[in-house]
Write a protein that binds this ligand. Structure first.
Ligand code: ACO
Length: 327
C-alpha cells in the first residue's frame, strides 16, 4: 500500500494585527499577563467581508503552487473547520469552486483545533487505498467572529488564519506519513464549546444576548486535559513506529499556549528547541495552527529529507491526536 507524502505546504494570515496592547483597550487585561500565561503577543484578524473559505483558498493556492499541482488535478479536498462560511454548503465545497478544482469531491471535518490533523488522517486513508492521487488538506478558522470580546478569558487567545497541505502517494520507503492516531472524549464536551447557533439553541435573540454563539471555555480544565492527552498520544504514535523521542527532529504542535507545549515536551523528555513555535505572532488559530506551523517549518528550509516529524493537536470535543512522518 502506498504511503502519503506531503508535497506542498501553504499558509495565509490576514494583514490586520491585533496586539496585546490593543486588547488592553478592549478588556481588563495586560500585555504582561497574556505573554506570561500564554506566550501570545499578537494575532491576526480577518478583514470585514473576508470569509473562512477566502483564507483557505489563499493558503491552498500557495501549497498548490509549491507542489506544482493544478487545482483541476485534485481528487479530494478536506477542510478542518468549525467556523465555515455558513452551515451549508460546506466550506470545502466553496473552496472547491473558488479554486476551480472541478474534479475534486470535497467535505468538511469538524474537530475544532484538531481539525487539520483529523482531515489529514481522513485524506490519508483515501491515498493509501489508491482511491485518491492528489488531495488538499486545509485547516482554516475565523474564530474572531465567534468570540465574546468582553470575555478576557477567551478573547485574548485566538486569531484567524489558514494552512494547507497537498498530499500524494509515495513508494519511497524512507519517506511519508507513518501513522496517525486520533482520539475523542465527548464526556468533556462542556469544557470548551460554542453552545449556541446549532440545533440545540438555534439563532435567536436569547442566544445573542447570552452570547451562546461565542466560545465558552474552562481554561484550567482544557489546560490539564491537553497536557496529558497530547503527551500520551504522541508517546503512542512514536511507540507504534518503533521510534524514541530522541529520534524526532521536529515537533509540529497545535499552538494553543506555550505553557501547554512546554509541559508536553517535558513529559516526552524532548527539548523545547525541537518544537516550532509561532503562537507569539498568530495566537491560537485553531485548526489552521498545525498546517500553518508546518508550512513555516518547511519554508525555513530546516526540514531535511527523512527527518522524523511528530505532529500533535487537540481541540473541543475533546478531540486530539498525533501523527508521525518521515519528511
Ligand atoms: N487578563 C488578565 N487576567 C486574566 C485574563 C486575562 N486575559 N484571563 C483570566 N484572567 C484572570 C482570571 O480571571 C483569574 O483571576 P482570579 O484569580 O482573580 O480569579 C486569573 O487570571 C487566573 O486565571 P486562571 O484561569 O487560573 O489562569 P491560568 O493560568 O489557568 O491561564 C489560560 C488561563 C491562559 C486560559 C490557561 O488556562 C490556558 O491556556 N488554558 C488552555 C486553554 C486553551 O489553550 N484554550 C484554547 C482552545 S483549546 C485548544 O486549542 C486546545
Amino acid at each position: 500500500m502506498a504511503r502519503t507524502q506531503i508535497i506542498g505546504t501553504g499558509s495565509y494570515a490576514p494583514e490586520k494585527v491585533l496586539t496585546n496592547a490593543d486588547l488592553e483597550k478592549i478588556v481588563d487585561t495586560s500585555d504582561a499577563w497574556i505573554t506570561e500565561r500564554t506566550g501570545i503577543r499578537e494575532r491576526r484578524l480577518a478583514a470585514p467581508g473576508e470569509a473562512t473559505s477566502d483564507m483557505a483558498v489563499r493558503a491552498a493556492q500557495r501549497a498548490l503552487e509549491q507542489a506544482g499541482v493544478r487545482p483541476e488535478e485534485l481528487d479530494l479536498i478536506v477542510v478542518g473547520t468549525v467556523t465555515a462560511d455558513m452551515p451549508m454548503p460546506s466550506c470545502a465545497a466553496l473552496v472547491q469552486a473558488k479554486l476551480g478544482a472541478r474534479r475534486a469531491f470535497a467535505f468538511d471535518v469538524a474537530a475544532a483545533c484538531a481539525g487539520a490533523l483529523y482531515a489529514l488522517s481522513v485524506a490519508d486513508q483515501f491515498i493509501r487505498t489508491g482511491q485518491v492521487k492528489r488531495a488538499l488538506v486545509i485547516g482554516a478558522e475565523l474564530l474572531s467572529r465567534a468570540l465574546n470580546w468582553e470575555d478576557r478569558n477567551t478573547c485574548v487567545l485566538f486569531g484567524d488564519g489558514a494552512g494547507a497541505l497537498v498530499i500524494a502517494p509515495t513508494e519511497d520507503p524512507e519517506r511519508g506519513l507513518l501513522s496517525t492516531h486520533l482520539y475523542t472524549d465527548g464526556t468533556f464536551a462542556d469544557i470548551l464549546a460554542i453552545p449556541g447557533g446549532g440545533s440545540l439553541h438555534p439563532p435567536s435573540e436569547r442566544v445573542l444576548e447570552e452570547r451562546l454563539h461565542t466560545v465558552h471555555m474552562n481554561g484550567r480544565e482544557v489546560f490539564k486535559f491537553a497536557v496529558r492527552a497530547l503527551a500520551e498520544s504522541t508517546h503512542t504514535a512514536l511507540k507504534a513506529n518503533g521510534l524514541h523521542p530522541r529520534d524526532v527532529a521536529h515537533v509540529i504542535a497545535h499552538q494553543a499556549n506555550v505553557r501547554i507545549i512546554e509541559s508536553v515536551m517535558q513529559r516526552l523528555e524532548m527539548p523545547i528547541e525541537k518544537c516550532w513555535l509561532n503562537l507569539g505572532e498568530y495566537g491560537n488559530t485553531s485548526s489552521a495552527s498545525l498546517p500553518m506551523t508546518l508550512d513555516e517549518a518547511h519554508r525555513s528550509g530546516r526540514l531535511e529529507s527523512g527527518d522524523v516529524v511528530a505532529m500533535m493537536a487537540i481541540g473541543a470535543g475533546m478531540t486530539w491526536g498525533s501523527a508521525v512522518m518521515r519528511w
